[in-house]
Structures are given as structure tokens and as C-alpha cells.
Design a protein around this ligand. Structure first.
Ligand SMILES: [Zn+2]
Length: 395
């Protein structure tokens, strides 16, 4: 089968450049750690595992981080090289799997938990908090926090992969493949909205209006009693979409603190040689980008005792505000309580705004991977929210 394979660790090739003061670039040239290969389809001959034919597989911000060397070396211990990336997957079963007949169209919950690994459930898995599983390096398959980072399972950026029954959620009839592709990212957004711990009427800041920020905005609006939701967006199309997805108001990055200061009566301070910050501010801020700048905006715009949610894969930041303002900084990774989260996400994906968004998903055949990744890298500027591989396509 055809597959894109991540075959070497990016930091080796990129760290030298980054240390030289250059910002890491997306690697699609000769130094790319990714290549198109013909390899045998993956196989895991254990109970509950099934072969899937990929219909669509999305490109996520975390994939781009990995391909640009921005991802922390912290994660190198929870992947197994070489692997086929792609953890946002819509696929169909090539054979029966327990209650699901061959041909069933599914989305994959990518987290490779105790159930998939054939080991006794860890305390987190026992509670249904599968995204907190502590056995992601042991059991029947090689290390890998998710499908798309594990050597043995394959991933979505290929014609076939294998997945465990516990990872599979059937897609309702009437949903286009592009719409189904958004179920997994929406399940993550559902989890983010819950982790935000919003109380009725809370003022919420969402920093970033790419897929993560837009879907978090939707989940906050639909599943919580948030009051004002202020979304930070860079590009015109993102501003329109944020309003469709439930934002009360959209601001440019540079306007953010001033806008929050006006709305909340906070004081703005201008320290010497450092970024301005507020005394007072929003109740909850969600970093949906993962850049230092976006995280700093969240830390600096949240009132004392408020909550900052790390939804994008985070970069380094000055944590002074977290200490001084006693902020609760919480992470949100993947989704928990699979059945429940995916059922909620499947419902939200039926929302008109998401169905319209799905029509704008840009798809590429595997061999045009350089174009696809460049497109995903510039998606915001180009007015695209999601770019995906369609391995069925030849052109
Ligand atoms: Zn576990």
C-alpha cells in the first residue's frame, strides 16, 4: 500500500537551525522527515483489532508541529519510529469486527489505551479518562500515544491502517466524509469546553481561530453557559467563521488586551522591556494556538484566580502571571469518555455551521503531500480550516 512515513526524528535535523536563532520551518524539502513509500499494510493479530481502508485523514496542528521540529523532545518517548502519521481518520472496515460488519464507516478515537494494548486497565482508563492512560508504551503494540504516532498500527496518511474496536465510532448515514472527518477534532473541543470549567455568565477568551479555536468556540457556546466569548482571529475568513460558531465578538491579536480592559474595567500595566498585562480580565482563557505569544496573551488577559486552558500544543511561556495572579493552568489533551464525547461531537457536527465548514475541507492525494502540508501550514491565511489526505485519489 501507499503511505507517508515519518522516518526520522525532526529535532536532529532542526535543532541546529533553531539554536542558530532561526525559527523552525515546516520541513517539506530535502530535509523532510517524511517520505512516500510502498509498504505492507499494518497487521495486529490480537482480539478486537481490525483492518480499515482510509477515506479521509486530516492534517492537525500537532502534525505540523512535528514536521517543523516545534514539538518538544518530551514526546519522543511516546512515539515509535518509523510511523505513518494521521490521527484524524474516517475509514471503512475491511472485515467484521465484533458487532460492526465489514463496510461500516467509522471515525477513529486515536488514543491507544489499555483496552487497545490488551493490558489490564490502568486507574485512569478504569474511570473512562482514556486520554490520561499511563500504559501508552506497553502491551500488544509498540509505544505510541495515539494512532498516527505508533509504528504497529499505521496511521491515516496511507491507504490502510489497523485499529481496535474500542477506538471505533460508527458515522451516521447522511454525513459526508468531510463532515465525519470533523467528529474527532470536535470530540477534542467538547473535552476542552468541559476542562474550561465555565460558570454561568463567565467571560471567555479563545485565542486563535483555526480549527481548534473555532471548534472550541462552538463547543463552549453549545455545551456551557458561557456569557461573552471573545475570539482572537488574524484573518478575515476566520473572523466570519468565529461569529458563525458562536463568538460574541472577534478581535485582532494586537487589540485583545485593550478590548478586554475596556469590557472588564481591568487595569493595564506596561512593564519595562516586557509584554503588557491586565490586573483583572476574563474568567477563562483558552490558548487554541500553542505559540508563546498566544499563551502569553491568555496568561496576561485572565483575572486573578481565573483559568487558562492549554488546548494547542503549548510552547514556552513566562509563567509569572500564573504565580502572581494564582491562575489555574490546565491542559486539555484529546478526549475522554469515548462513547459520550464522540456521541456529543457527532451531534455537534450536524450543526449547520459545521456542515458548511466541512464543504470547505481541502483534500489531496498522498503523492501531493508537500503541497498539502504547505496548504495546511498557511491554511488561516488562505481561508481554509481543514486540509486532509484522500488516499483514494490518484490526482
Ligand atoms: Zn490505561
Amino acid at each position: 500500500m501507499l503511505a507517508l512515513e515519518m522516518f526520522r526524528s525532526v529535532p536532529k535535523t532542526v535543532l541546529g537551525k533553531a539554536a542558530g536563532g532561526r525559527v523552525p520551518m515546516l520541513l517539506t524539502g530535502v530535509a523532510a522527515p517524511l517520505r512516500l513509500v510502498t509498504i505492507p499494510p499494518p497487521k495486529v493479530e490480537r482480539p478486537g483489532w481490525v483492518r480499515l481502508r482510509v477515506l479521509l485523514s486530516g492534517i492537525c496542528g500537532s502534525d505540523l508541529g512535528m514536521l517543523s521540529g516545534k514539538t518538544s523532545l518530551y514526546f519522543s518517548a511516546v512515539v515509535s519510529l518509523p510511523f505513518v502519521p494521521g490521527h484524524e481518520v474516517v475509514a471503512e472496515l475491511l472485515e467484521d469486527c465484533d458487532d460492526l460488519p465489514a463496510g461500516t464507516r467509522v471515525v477513529v478515537d486515536p488514543v491507544l489505551t489499555c483496552a487497545a494494548r490488551g493490558v489490564d486497565p490502568c486507574p485512569a482508563c478504569e474511570r473512562g479518562e482514556t486520554n490520561r492512560c499511563s500504559r501508552i508504551t506497553v502491551g500488544d503494540i509498540s509505544a505510541g500515544l495515539q494512532t498516527g504516532f505508533c509504528h504497529d498500527t499505521g496511521g491515516g496518511w496511507s491507504q490502510q491502517l489497523v485499529a481496535h474496536r474500542s477506538q471505533l465510532h460508527p458515522v451516521p448515514h447522511g454525513y459526508a466524509d468531510e463532515q465525519a472527518l470533523l467528529i474527532e477534532p470536535v470530540a477534542c473541543a467538547v473535552h476542552t469546553a468541559l476542562r474550561a470549567g465555565v460558570s454561568a455568565g463567565d467571560r471567555v477568551l479563545v485565542s486563535g481561530a483555526g480549527a481548534v479555536g473555532l471548534l472550541a468556540t462552538l463547543a463552549l457556546r453549545e455545551l456551557t453557559d458561557a456569557g461573552e466569548i471573545l475570539v482572537v482571529a488574524k484573518h478575515a475568513r476566520q473572523r466570519e467563521l468565529a461569529l458563525e460558531f458562536g463568538a460574541t465578538e472577534v478581535v485582532a491579536p494586537k487589540e485583545t488586551l485593550r478590548r478586554i480592559r475596556r469590557a472588564t474595567g481591568a487595569f493595564q500595566l506596561e512593564p519595562e522591556f516586557s509584554a503588557p498585562y491586565l490586573l483583572g480580565g476574563v474568567d477563562v482563557a483558552i490558548d487554541a494556538v500553542g505559540s508563546s505569544q498566544s499563551l502569553e496573551t491568555c496568561l496576561h488577559a485572565t483575572r486573578a484566580g481565573g483559568r487558562v486552558v492549554l488546548s494547542g500544543m503549548p510552547a514556552k511561556a513566562d509563567l509569572s502571571a500564573a504565580w502572581f495572579r494564582e491562575l489555574e493552568v490546565v491542559g486539555t489533551y484529546a478526549s475522554a469518555h469515548g462513547e459520550e464525547a464522540f456521541a456529543k461531537a457527532t451531534g455537534l457536527v450536524g450543526h449547520d455551521a459545521v456542515a458548511r465548514l466541512a464543504k470547505g475541507v481541502a483534500t489531496y492525494p498522498l503523492h501531493r503531500w508537500r503541497e498539502a502540508l504547505d496548504h495546511a501550514h498557511s491554511a488561516g491565511r488562505l481561508g481554509t480550516v481543514k486540509v486532509a489526505f484522500d488516499p483514494r485519489r490518484n490526482q
